[in-house]
Design a protein around this ligand. Structure first.
Ligand code: RFL
Ligand code: PHB
Length: 390
């Protein structure tokens, strides 16, 4: 008998949600996390959930605090030329909304639920290694005090993010990588100020900007910045004046500024590694793919991967391997939809090095067309709110 059915590497949203759903489906699992619990909780990341994510969390019994504290968005707003603001009302167009609820809180909810159900989680598991993934008796080892501990299992779920070990355990000859780096990053701040009530993306000659929220007294803002900058190049005064300069007056006049309580610079990248299964190893979330944050898709893709993967493992233990065999192709269909949309929106809204006045006008024309065409808005809305699960 193996020590567990599924060894899960990584306790981010993908790993912890998978553990939660497997427990609910009666499938034994162990989670190994390289960092401490507090370290994972302190990472500031995503903020906008697709409705499919909201419903997955609710169905898993993880929706109570999200429903009490989350903020429902009916629209996505895009500004350009420092004047026009287009509101794409996804609720009117499609009857679908989004939820502003921080990844930090989802992570807390998942750990708290793990404590309640007695989840087996190992934090600060150094030197995790995957073994025999091309057999049906794989194992995972990690450094444990005096020596090495080994966990044997039926399957390994690689939920260890972009810099994890799982993807790299698949022979390079067996996978194809699709990669695109962007020549800028996002400088993000959190500030204890009342946010704009709307989610607002801005295309501007000075560069992209985004206004988002966490709670009624916690705002999240981003500006495009060169990756050669550091956060020290961006004292609060510079950040606020740059943010305000990139927004139309109608919006910048409503922004309440204040000291930042967090500031970080994140690179933008599109990356997909195929297939998402190799033998007994299944990848989910950022371990298999990265999207630039412009479409707010990364966390949502992690949740849809885990939706497919948990269903596949649970069905396997009732003698049905249909979903397991099709996991990679099913998950990748949604991944590529989001990868394309995130790339397109990044290209539309950012200022690229060597961008000419022609390029700028072409971006603005595409936004004007979006404003004029309900068909174009529907196509945008359909992708922003998230493609349906299969
Ligand atoms: P994570 O969250 O990176 O978790 C992986 C976990 O694995 C651990 N790990 C290991 N554990 C054991 N052994 C090893 N060798 C290990 N190596 C790594 C790590 O410590 C970590 O705890 O991946 P996961 O679970 O796949 O979740 C993905 C999301 O975190 C990510 O896609 C989103 O944050 C992306 N993202 C957004 N997604 C959205 O859906 N909506 C958004 O609004 C949104 N905004 C964002 C974002 C990401 C951002 N940054 C910082 C890149 C905004 C930003 C600025
Ligand atoms: C955020 O609130 O952090 C956020 C919102 C929208 C995005 C990316 C990040 O596209």
């Amino acid at each position: 008998m193996p020590d567990t059915s599924v060894a899960i590497v990584g306790s981010g949203p993908a790993g912890m949600l998978l553990s939660h759903l497997l427990d609910a489906g009666g499938v034994d699992n162990v989670v190994l996390e390289r960092q401490s619990r507090q370290y994972v909780l302190d990472r500031i990341r995503a903020g906008v959930l697709e409705w499919g994510t909201v419903e997955t969390l609710r169905d898993a019994g993880l929706g109570t605090r999200m429903d009490a504290e989350g903020h429902v968005h009916d629209s996505i707003n895009i500004a350009w030329r420092g004047q026009d603001v287009l509101s794409i009302d996804t609720n009117r167009l499609l009857g679908k909304q989004m939820m502003a609820y921080g990844q930090t809180k989802i992570q807390e909810d998942l750990y708290d639920a793990g404590d309640v159900r007695g989840a087996r989680m190992v934090f600060e598991a150094d030197g995790v290694r995957l073994h025999d993934i091309d057999t049906d008796r794989p194992s995972v080892t990690f450094d444990a005090g005096a020596g090495t501990e080994r966990i044997t299992c039926d399957f390994i779920a690689g939920c260890d993010g972009f810099h994890g070990v799982s993807r790299e355990s698949i022979p390079t000859s067996a996978r194809t990588e699709y990669d695109k780096e962007y020549p800028f990053g996002w400088l993000g701040i959190l500030s204890e100020t009342p946010p704009l009530p709307i989610l607002l993306y801005a295309n501007h000659e000075r560069g992209f900007a985004l206004c988002s929220m966490r709670t009624p007294m916690l705002s999240r803002y981003y500006v495009q910045a060169p990756m050669t900058d550091t956060v020290d190049d961006w004292p609060d005064d510079r950040f606020w004046s740059e943010l305000l300069a990139r927004l139309p007056r109608s919006q910048s006049d409503r922004i309440v500024t204040g000291p930042s309580i967090e500031k970080s610079l994140a690179p933008l990248r599109s990356y997909v590694s195929e297939p998402m299964r190799w033998g007994s190893l299944f990848l989910a979330g950022d371990a298999a793919h990265i999207v630039p944050p412009t479409g707010a898709k990364g966390l949502n893709l992690a949740v849809s991967d885990v939706h497919y993967l948990s269903r596949a493992f649970i069905a396997h233990y009732s003698g049905d391997d249909r979903y397991l065999d099709r996991y990679s192709e099913m998950a990748l269909r949604r991944v590529w939809g989001a990868a394309r949309f995130s790339w397109w929106l990044t290209t539309l809204l950012h200022r690229f090095p060597h961008q000419t006045p022609f390029d700028q006008r072409a971006q603005e024309q595409e936004l004007s067309h979006l404003a004029a065409s309900e068909h174009a808005q529907r196509a945008f809305a359909e992708q922003y709110v998230g493609l349906p699960y299969e």
